[in-house]
Write a protein that binds this ligand. Structure first.
Ligand code: FAD
Length: 292
C-alpha cells in the first residue's frame, strides 16, 4: 500500500513541486544523489569500486529535451575513467515520442562511449516501455555487442527473457515500478530472481547482479562458483548510498563491485522510488525534516 502510494507520488507533478523545492529535502537527496559527479566517481574509484553513472531525467516531452539529455551524457563521458559504465533511461532519450529517436540518441552515446572504453547499460522502466527497450537493445547490440540491458525479476517472463539474452551483458534487478500481472510478493520476486540468476550464471553472457539483498547475493556467489565463473566473470551492483559497507566488503574480497551513481537536478522520481523500496527510509526522510 505504502509502496503503491509513494510510486504514485513519484509520478505527481504537484507533489514534485512541493517536495523538490523544499530546502529540507537536501540531506535525503545527498544520501542517494551525487552532487559533484567527477569528485564522487574519483572517490569511489579510489576505494576500489567500479561505477555506472546515470544522468537523472526521464520522460522528456519534446526532441529538444531529448537532445539535452544526449549532450549531458556526452559531457559526462569526458570525466569518466576507462572501464566505467553509463546507465541510460530510454524515456529520457525520447522513447515515448518515437522509438527511432531514442535508438538514434542511444547510438550516439554508445559510439562516443566506445571511443573512451566506456560501456552503456539501458535501464528498465515502466512496463509499457519494455518492448521498446528490448527492440532498441537488439538493434544496438549488432554494432555494439557490449551494450547492456536490465531485466526486472518481478516480470513473469523474466527468466525466458534471460534465456533470449544469452551472450549479453544483463543487469538483473527486482524491479522498481509496478506492472500488470507482475509478481508482487517478496517471496515470488525472490524466487523469480533466483531462477534468472541460474539462467544468467549458466549462460555465456556477463551477469550483473543488482541487489542489496544478502540472501540473493549469497545465491549469486554460490551459482558463480558452481558455474566456474571467477571474479571477472560477473559483477555485483548496488545503488549509491545504499549499504556502502557491503559494497566495500565485496570489493575487498576481490569481487567486481559497481556502484550506480545518479546525478543531476532531475532527482525527484528517482528519490521517490528509493523511498518506496524501504519504509525505514521514510522515517529517515521524516527525521531529517524534523531535525531542521
Ligand atoms: P530489497 O528486498 O528491496 O532490499 C534488500 C535490502 O537492501 C533491504 O532490506 C535494505 O537493507 C537494503 N535496501 C534496499 N533498498 C534500499 C534503499 N532504497 N535504501 C536503503 N536500503 C535499501 N529497477 C528497475 O526497475 N530498473 C532498473 O533499471 C534498475 N536498475 C538498478 C540498478 C542497480 C545497480 C540497482 C542496485 C537497482 C536497480 N533497480 C532498478 C532497483 C531495483 O529494481 C530494486 O528496486 C532495488 O534494488 C531494491 O531491491 P533489492 O534487490 O535491493 O532488494
Amino acid at each position: 500500500m505504502l509502496r503503491q502510494a509513494l510510486l504514485a507520488v513519484s509520478r505527481s507533478a504537484r507533489a514534485e513541486r512541493v517536495i523538490s523545492t523544499s530546502p529540507l529535502t537536501r540531506d535525503v537527496v545527498r544520501r542517494y544523489v551525487a552532487d559533484d559527479i567527477a569528485r564522487t566517481v574519483a572517490e569511489l574509484t579510489r576505494r576500489g569500486l567500479l561505477v555506472t553513472v546515470d544522468h537523472l531525467g526521464e520522460d522528456v516531452h519534446d526532441r529538444a529535451q531529448a537532445e539535452g539529455a544526449v549532450r549531458a551524457y556526452l559531457e559526462l563521458l569526458r570525466v569518466l575513467p576507462e572501464g566505467a559504465d553509463v546507465s541510460v533511461k530510454l524515456t529520457a532519450l525520447g522513447l515515448r515520442l518515437s522509438e527511432q529517436l531514442a535508438l538514434d540518441n542511444a547510438a550516439t552515446i554508445c559510439e562516443s562511449a566506445a571511443l573512451r572504453g566506456i560501456t552503456l547499460t539501458l535501464d528498465a522502466e515502466e512496463h509499457d516501455t519494455i518492448p521498446g527497450l528490448h527492440s532498441i537493445h537488439t538493434t544496438l547490440r549488432k554494432e555494439h555487442p557490449g551494450v547492456g540491458v536490465v531485466v526486472q525479476a518481478y516480470l513473469r517472463d523474466s527468466a525466458e527473457r534471460c534465456v533470449k539474452l544469452d551472450g549479453a551483458r544483463v543487469r538483473l534487478c527486482k524491479g522498481a515500478y509496478t506492472a500488470p500481472g507482475a509478481y508482487t510478493s517478496a517471496a515470488d520476486i525472490d524466487r523469480s530472481y533466483a531462477r534468472c540468476l541460474r539462467v544468467l550464471m549458466g549462460g555465456t553472457g556477463y551477469p550483473m547482479v543488482a541487489t542489496h539483498d544478502p540472501r540473493l547475493i549469497g545465491i549469486a556467489a554460490t551459482l558463480a562458483v558452481l558455474e566456474g565463473r571467477d571474479h571477472h566473470g560477473f559483477e555485483y551492483q548496488m545503488l549509491y548510498g545504499v549499504r556502502p559497507d557491503e559494497q566495500e566488503r565485496l570489493a575487498a574480497q576481490g569481487a567486481r563491485m559497481r556502484v550506480y551513481v545518479p546525478y543531476g537536478a532531475d532527482w525527484y522520481a528517482y528519490l521517490m522510488r528509493r523511498l518506496a523500496e524501504r519504509p525505514a527510509n521514510l522515517a529517515f526522510f521524516a527525521r531529517s525534516l524534523l531535525s531542521r
